[in-house]
Design a protein around this ligand. Structure first.
Ligand SMILES: [Zn+2]
Length: 156
């Protein structure tokens, strides 16, 4: 998504605005910005651009709410909005769970009766499990994955 966010920044730098209307990517700007090469890049990345616009709209909405209703300064409001987006990303991208008898983090078997495993809901509603000692690190790594995926939201 980082490369697509770069494409989005190219759009804005060219004076082009982009909006999502359902599954349509609506662009407006000077005709000179729409070179054949650029149009081909847009077509090839349309779904990713639509996804970026959706994330950006959510981020802007959350930041505005935190700033206006919460009384936070803009930078703090953007950090709050970013954390909200990470929460949403984690919900939209559940962990891939294939075998609930092994820990999602370390891959070692879960010993029945000795350690109470932490259970999580994964993709397709499947259950995954973690050793109690692995749960904190696993959550941190999942959150880190979301942050690295959406870090472009914090770029001007
Ligand atoms: Zn483990």
């Amino acid at each position: 998504m980082i490369a697509v966010s770069t494409l989005l920044n190219e759009l804005y730098a060219s004076g082009v605005t982009a909006q999502r209307e359902g599954e349509q990517l609506v662009l407006d700007g000077p005709r000179s910005a729409f070179t054949e090469d650029f149009i081909n890049k847009l077509r090839a990345n349309k779904q990713e651009l639509l996804s970026c616009l959706e994330w950006k709209a959510l981020f802007n909405e959350r930041a505005a709410i935190a700033e206006r209703d919460g009384g936070y300064p803009r930078l703090a409001a953007e950090l709050i909005a970013f954390e909200d987006c990470i929460d949403q990303w984690l919900c939209a991208n559940p962990p891939h769970c294939t075998d609930s008898s092994v820990c999602l983090h370390c891959g070692k078997p879960l010993e029945e009766g000795t350690v109470v495993p932490v259970t999580v809901v994964g993709d397709a509603g499947r259950r995954g499990a973690l050793h109690t000692i692995c749960a904190g690190r696993w959550r941190s790594l999942r959150r880190w994955e979301g942050k690295t995926t959406l870090i472009w939201l914090l770029q001007p």
